[in-house]
Design a protein around this ligand. Structure first.
Ligand SMILES: Nc1ncnc2c1ncn2[C@@H]1O[C@H](COP(=O)(O)OP(=O)(O)OP(=O)(O)O)[C@@H](O)[C@H]1O
Ligand SMILES: [Mg+2]
Length: 332
């Protein structure tokens, strides 16, 4: 709908994305297997507390390909954490479809759920204290999930991989320190290394930069980007941080438990030969043909109750309904 040109580090973003897709294809056994790594269709989650029902997700549709790095944004209470908890196997949906790879998240036995959470998913929480064990060093924290999962290679291989991962996210120098001796940003970068220790297929992060200042948050986000590009892990990150949202190719906005709009950024070569990043905003159309108009559009034309639709050769026109007629009818 709207297109704006941003002169940011476009080739960088494009290159990283390309590398991530290549790695993901290698892991999955071909490019044709990239489509629809994560699929939500009409996803519903209703919470019941003391007789009151809260519909946290009301028919959410979302498809994320293997190797993508997607940011999810939305107001408080819009259902972002509910979605992430379902996708990571911590919570069960009420209805609809939620699938990650070969796992159908509506029908998982306790055993498969455990294996899904141990082997397929990595998770980073917002609260730094929730991601790391305080009495272990950074290195030991990264080794622990490998030991618990009985990963091949034994202690020595675990230690070597833990060092590699800490280096990859830029905190190799913190290996022998405990979380209490690290800054918030360093802790979160270690948490990213812990989350990918067992080589998961997907990495979910729920506001990993929420407790950090902007510059430190950018470092943590950089760690997620590196992991996405180097390991080909599909990454879904919930964020309030607008700076983060402009550093990814795809941002999905959730409103009232549904996907409302998406911003996609693509690199284009400008007239002067320089690469520019063009972002375009799309409304999401569900399978029944429903879409949500952005609030500023609704406000600008005072749209209410009913609108008129006209099909034009290459677009659909939305006009305010006829108020006078509505009022006449109401008066009859
Ligand atoms: N366990 C629960 N029991 C009852 N209601 C819940 C539960 N978890 C979430 N909700 C409700 O579901 C809705 C969505 O909550 P959710 O935590 O997913 O929002 P969010 O987008 O993550 O918000 P925030 O940005 O504040 O973290 C809210 O109305 C919330 O009160
Ligand atoms: Mg939340």
């Amino acid at each position: 709908m709207t297109a704006t040109a941003e002169n940011t580090a476009a080739p960088d973003l494009a290159t990283l994305q390309q590398r991530a897709a290549q790695r993901a294809a290698e892991r999955a056994g071909g490019r044709d297997r990239l489509r629809g790594h994560i699929v939500c269709d009409g996803l519903v989650r209703i919470f019941k507390t003391e007789g009151v029902e809260v519909v946290a997700l009301q028919g959410l549709d979302l498809v994320i390909d293997r190797g993508e790095l997607v940011a999810i944004v939305g107001a408080s209470g819009s259902g972002k954490s509910t979605l992430l908890n379902i996708l990571s196997g911590l919570d069960t949906p009420t209805a609809g479809i939620a699938r990650v790879g070969e796992y159908d998240l509506l029908n998982l036995s306790a055993r498969r759920r455990l294996s899904y959470r141990r082997k397929t998913v990595g998770f980073v929480w917002q609260q730094t204290g929730r991601n790391l064990l305080p009495y272990l060093t950074a290195l030991e924290n990264v080794e622990l999930p490998m030991r618990l999962a009985g990963r091949r290679g034994g202690r020595r291989a675990h230690r070597e991989r833990a060092r590699e991962l800490l280096d990859m996210v830029g905190v190799g120098h913190c290996a022998d320190r405990r979380p209490g001796q690290l800054s918030g940003g360093e802790q979160q970068r270690c948490a990213v290394a812990v989350a990918v220790a067992n080589d998961p297929e997907v990495l979910f992060a729920d506001e990993p930069t929420g407790e950090l200042d902007e510059a430190t948050g950018a470092d943590v986000f950089g760690a997620l980007r590196t992991i996405n590009a180097e390991l080909g892990v599909t990454v879904v990150v919930v964020t309030h941080d607008h700076a983060v949202a402009t550093q990814v190719r795809r941002t999905v906005a959730i409103r009232d438990g549904r996907t409302a709009s998406e911003v996609r950024r693509t690199a284009r070569i400008g007239a002067d030969g320089s690469t520019e990043l063009v972002s375009e905003e799309y409304a999401v159309l569900d399978r029944s043909g429903r879409l949500q108009l952005p609030a500023p559009f609704v406000d600008a034309l005072s749209l209410r109750d009913r609108v008129r639709l006209n099909l034009e050769p290459d677009h659909v026109e939305v006009r305010p309904g006829d108020r006078a007629q509505d009022e006449r009818e109401a008066g009859q």
